[in-house]
Design a protein around this ligand. Structure first.
Ligand code: DGY
Length: 318
């Protein structure tokens, strides 16, 4: 009997997805409770026909070489795929897939939750109670910023950006957006990035991380934002220059920031950790049971499709 293809899964995935993978091959799942080091990753994938990768795995030509010429597919369990060297993989005939669609609502929910948390000072209030600080209700106590009638600036109007705008509309926000091109089917104003910074009370980042968007939010962009504005980042940390953000907050150039992703994840710029005008969550955008299961199952279906000679469901264009 011919050997079954090896499917290397770099970190735990839900059973539903393991079951799908097991239909097409032998599942080799890392049991370490941490990301594999680059060296460990290369040795872990040796002999694999498929790699199921997490967003912290850097999968490039060297990893593909380490796997061997039978490697047919790299399935990222994430919609973002800045961790993959797509040209190097495609050059070697490896199909690359990601998981768009299934995490749209969960991520937009978290982004909007962060917007509410930072504007209504939820973290600060929570810390005050947990620290058993004395307090009493009074009209000037922990005042935040309301949303009604204000402007939400969406940077990158993909599926998650649109879902964020829908949530914004339900809270009485007007939307402007910037990106590569205007979307005629979207009921919000398309503006340049500079104009978006100038007009928005809340700037929410939804663009992918690319060489063009790395440090898109730098010192100049932060200076261009309204003095009372807030920044929300649920896409990829390096889109924001964290040191410049800490400088801008220290200088009072913007009112606050809510971050789910970090420039040097899992590290966080130490100056942000001590600020009350910053809300921080550890990359939880898609972290619901339903969504994470759907992501892993979609990645698994992509693998089984490629290994059985069918078209993958959600291929990343080579
Ligand atoms: C993604 O899918 O790219 C997200 O960052 C995971 O939550």
């Amino acid at each position: 009997m011919p050997a079954r293809p090896i499917i290397a899964v770099t970190r735990w995935i839900p059973d539903d997805a393991v079951k799908v993978l097991a239909e097409a091959g032998e599942v080799r799942m890392s049991d370490l409770d941490r990301p594999l080091t680059p060296e460990e990753l290369r040795s872990f994938v040796a002999g694999a026909s498929a790699i199921v990768a997490m967003l912290h795995d850097r999968v490039d030509g060297e990893v593909a070489e380490a796997a061997g010429p039978q490697l047919a597919v790299v399935a990222n369990v994430a919609v973002g795929y800045d961790n993959l060297d797509v040209p190097a993989l495609s050059e070697r005939g490896v199909t690359v897939t990601n998981t768009p669609g299934v995490l749209t609502d969960a991520t937009a929910d978290l982004a909007f939750g962060l917007l509410l948390a930072v504007t209504r000072r939820l973290g600060e209030g929570e810390r005050l109670l947990r620290d058993r600080e004395p307090w009493s209700f009074h009209l000037g106590f922990l005042l935040g910023s309301g949303l009604q009638g204000k402007t939400l600036g969406i940077v990158g109007l993909g599926q998650i950006g649109r879902a964020m705008a829908t949530r914004g509309a339900a809270f009485g926000l007007r939307t402007v957006y910037s990106g590569r091109s205007a979307k005629p089917d979207f009921d919000g104003e398309f503006v340049s990035f500079d104009e978006l910074l100038k007009q928005s009370d809340f700037v929410s980042l939804h663009c992918p991380l690319t060489p063009e968007t790395r440090h898109l939010i730098d010192a100049a962009a932060l200076r261009a934002m309204k003095p009372g504005a807030y920044l929300v980042n649920t896409t990829r940390g390096p889109v924001v220059d964290e040191a410049a953000l800490a400088d801008a907050l220290e200088a009072g150039e913007i009112a606050g920031a809510a971050l789910d992703v970090f420039e040097r994840e899992p590290e966080v710029e130490p100056r942000l950790l001590t600020r009350d005008d910053v809300v921080l969550t550890p990359h939880l955008g898609s972290a619901t049971v339903e969504t994470r299961t759907a992501m892993a199952v979609l990645a698994a279906r992509n693998v089984t499709s490629v290994l059985t000679g069918e078209a993958p469901l959600t291929e990343v264009a080579p």
